[in-house]
Write a protein that binds this ligand. Structure first.
Ligand SMILES: O=C[C@H](O)[C@H](O)[C@H](O)COP(=O)(O)O
Length: 262
């Protein structure tokens, strides 16, 4: 493996390399967003290039679409694909129930639509993402720009009613301006520290006018893969209840490392 990659990047690569085993010829594949998902896109592109793999990708963000297209993966709109065989995506946090917090990169809305429209969601992670209780990672909530401060106040009130301390909410910035999602919306990051009842919080947030979607992914993830820098990966499948510790075949001279300058 490329000596230039730090251990976390190596772990992400290992997890992505294992995840692409779920992709078969002719599949429609949801392509996640983020640094881990980018490794998966590079792995798939290599299979398209070297093995003639024939897949159709649906990207969860403009940047993933650009990466996939630039590497030779066919990308279509979800309206065209309609339904997907598998989606592979990263996560910011996951717990033992495979509930996720996503949206650190602001792509949670399209990611959730794509994951929901998939037969299987495979989540690729590194050891830093596993938590006992969700919430240390701020929960992203996508809101429309109109009246966003009022929406924020309504979120604060709803959290108090749920006995969750939601007073620390920040508008996500991109340098000096507000961050805009691919849909032109804003992101509020909820610094909750602990999230005991994800189902309830998610439900309540999505009832508030102005909230488009939140970053909690509940009952969507089928498989989580936790890669490690030594080339091992823990693969947990929630549907068949298996947890396997595997060694992933990695090629030190893999051309995808040169794609990223590693
Ligand atoms: O909006 C971004 C996504 O939910 C990402 O999948 C998530 O933030 C994980 O990203 P990374 O793999 O870069 O840690």
């Amino acid at each position: 493996m490329s000596a230039d990659l730090n251990p976390i990047e190596k772990a992400k690569y290992v997890s992505a390399r294992r995840a692409v085993d779920y992709v078969e010829d002719g599949m429609r594949v949801g392509l996640g967003t983020g640094s881990t998902a980018a490794w998966m896109v590079r792995c798939l592109a290599e299979m398209v290039r070297n093995d003639g793999l024939n897949i159709t990708g649906v990207a969860t963000s403009t940047r993933t679409a650009e990466l996939a297209t630039s590497l030779g993966i066919k990308v279509v709109d979800l309206n065209e694909a309609k339904w997907l065989d598998v989606t592979i995506d990263g996560a910011d946090e996951f717990d033992d129930n495979l509930t996720l917090i996503k949206g650190g990169g602001g792509a949670l809305l399209q990611e959730k639509i794509v994951a929901t429209a998939s037969d299987k969601m495979v989540v690729i992670t590194d050891p830093t993402k596993h938590v006992k209780t969700l919430g240390a990672f701020p929960l992203p909530v996508e809101v429309i720009p109109f009246g966003w401060q009022t929406t924020q106040s309504l979120i604060e009130k709803a959290l108090v009613d749920l006995d969750v301390d939601g007073r620390n909410i920040t508008l996500r910035l991109n340098q000096d301006a507000s961050f805009r999602t691919d849909e032109g919306n804003l992101i509020l990051d909820l610094h909750l520290e602990r999230l005991e009842d994800a189902q309830q919080v998610s439900h309540v947030l999505n009832q508030i006018p102005g909230v488009v979607e939140n970053g909690l992914f509940i009952n969507l993830c089928d498989v989580v893969i936790v890669g490690a820098a030594d080339g091992s990966a823990i693969v947990r499948d929630i549907n068949n209840g298996t947890v396997t510790n595997e060694q992933v075949a990695v090629n030190e001279s893999d051309s995808i490392f040169t794609d990223v300058g590693g």
